[in-house]
Design a binder for this molecule. Structure first.
Ligand code: EZ4
Ligand code: CO
Length: 404
């Protein structure tokens, strides 16, 4: 079964998505998500100029060999652009294998190890009243796990809040240049325990509570935050410190029992080797589309299983429905699954991507359609041309750059 075409589809149904479509001489095609938020065209160029020409004529069934060829066969390897491109190829080949064999990808991975995939939704608010109302909304929808973010008093902008009018999701990438945000750690460290207290006071402890710090603290500040949140029994705090410094997590670990999750910016098993083997984190959050696809992510998850680290993959709206479906198939099969982020996709994304996954009572299921179970409507995609958008940048009050 030879690959005869590999096409890159760039579209912006609500936000930018890059989709790789691989076609075989047997008439099958498969999809992979190649979206890298704010750096979309770098992946498009890497695919179109350097990867797609190498795929033509290769056997689509040899997923492991194609992966090794694109990773090990490249002298300049790793990094988000390369690994997102490889992920798109890998997911598209799993999709093809599923369609050719008539089976959903989770069956090809050894079959379901659970009945459903626990997901967490995103509640936020400009005030604590707005936040706790939003938590009520998610509880009514049936969510058993909820991430909470609220505007930090004294800051002009805060990460992770719904834009007015966008419904229950948020979109940090905006504008043809990065927005300048201002960050002040003391204001945040004072506010975070008040936020969790308000949520637990109104809604109790009958659901999992999560929070994303988004890489902003020093190790000791993160330890202070973890300690101050212990009474609220967090499911996790996410990305407490800039994630490339794996050793930094030792300090956090020494001081607090609040569980730690990280990994959405990682691209390979080498990025989290120390974190996992030294048990410095509780949840590994790498995503299928930024970490080399199903083939590589399952290796990370297997390493994590050996050390009692559970999974908690990134599932923001800037990962397309193709990526989300791939995540659900893998989540269903791994023994050490923890939780899956689910932000959803707003229309008109639904005009472009037809999905078969479902949500019920706080759990999601990928469905039994052959392959990944997502199709793209290319005519609809053509109606939504690419529009450049940037993620914000962060500065401290004195003007110096800070992690966003
Ligand atoms: O800011 O995916 O947990 N979710 C996140 C995301 C990231 C975006 C960046 O593109 O941190 O919202
Ligand atoms: Co995050």
């Amino acid at each position: 079964m030879k690959i005869v075409a590999a096409d890159v589809i760039v579209a912006s149904p609500g936000r930018n998505y890059v989709t790789l479509k691989i076609t075989t001489d047997s008439g099958s095609h498969g999809l992979g998500d190649a979206t890298l938020n704010g750096r979309e065209l770098a992946v498009v160029a890497y695919l179109r100029e350097h990867v797609c020409p190498l795929l033509i004529g290769r056997d689509a069934r040899r997923i492991n060999d194609v992966w090794q060829y694109l990773y090990r066969g490249a002298y300049w390897r790793r990094g988000p652009v390369t690994m997102t491109a490889i992920a798109a190829v890998d997911c598209a080949l799993w999709d093809i294998l599923g369609k050719e064999t008539g089976r959903p990808v989770h069956e090809l991975l050894g079959g379901a190890a659970r009945d459903g995939v626990l997901v967490y939704g995103h509640a936020s608010g400009q005030t604590l009243d707005e936040l706790t109302d939003d938590v009520a909304h998610y509880l009514e929808l049936g969510y058993r796990a909820i991430r909470v973010q609220a505007a930090v008093p004294g800051l002009d902008s805060t990460y992770g809040l719904h834009h007015p009018g966008t419904g229950h999701t948020y979109e940090p990438a905006d504008g043809a240049a990065p927005a300048d945000n201002v960050w002040h750690t003391p204001a945040y460290l004072d506010f975070a325990p008040q936020m969790m207290a308000a949520v637990r006071e109104r809604h109790g402890y009958g659901f999992h509570l999560l929070h994303d710090v988004h890489h902003r603290l020093s190790p000791l500040e993160a330890a202070q935050l973890g300690k101050s949140l212990e009474p609220y029994r967090m499911f996790w705090i996410e990305d407490p410190t800039p994630a490339e410094d794996q050793e930094a997590f030792r300090t956090i670990r020494q001081h607090t029992t609040t569980p730690i999750a990280t990994g959405e910016v990682f691209n390979s098993i080498w990025d989290c080797q120390t974190l996992i083997t030294e048990r410095l984190i509780d949840y590994i959050r790498t995503s299928v589309s930024h970490t080399g696809g199903i083939t590589h992510l399952r290796k990370i998850f297997d390493l994590a299983a050996l050390y009692g680290v559970r999974t908690g993959s990134h599932g923001a709206g800037d990962l397309s429905p193709v990526s989300f479906a791939a995540a659900l198939h893998l989540d269903l099969t791994v023994p050490n699954f923890g939780i899956q982020e689910y932000m959803g996709h707003l229309d008109p994304a639904g005009e472009v991507f037809r999905t078969s996954y479902t949500f019920q009572d706080g759990y999601m299921r990928p469905g039994d359609a052959p392959g990944l179970g997502v199709e793209i409507d290319e005519e609809a995609a053509a109606r939504y041309p690419y529009s450049p958008k940037y993620l914000p940048v962060n500065r401290l009050r004195d003007g110096s750059m800070h992690d966003w």
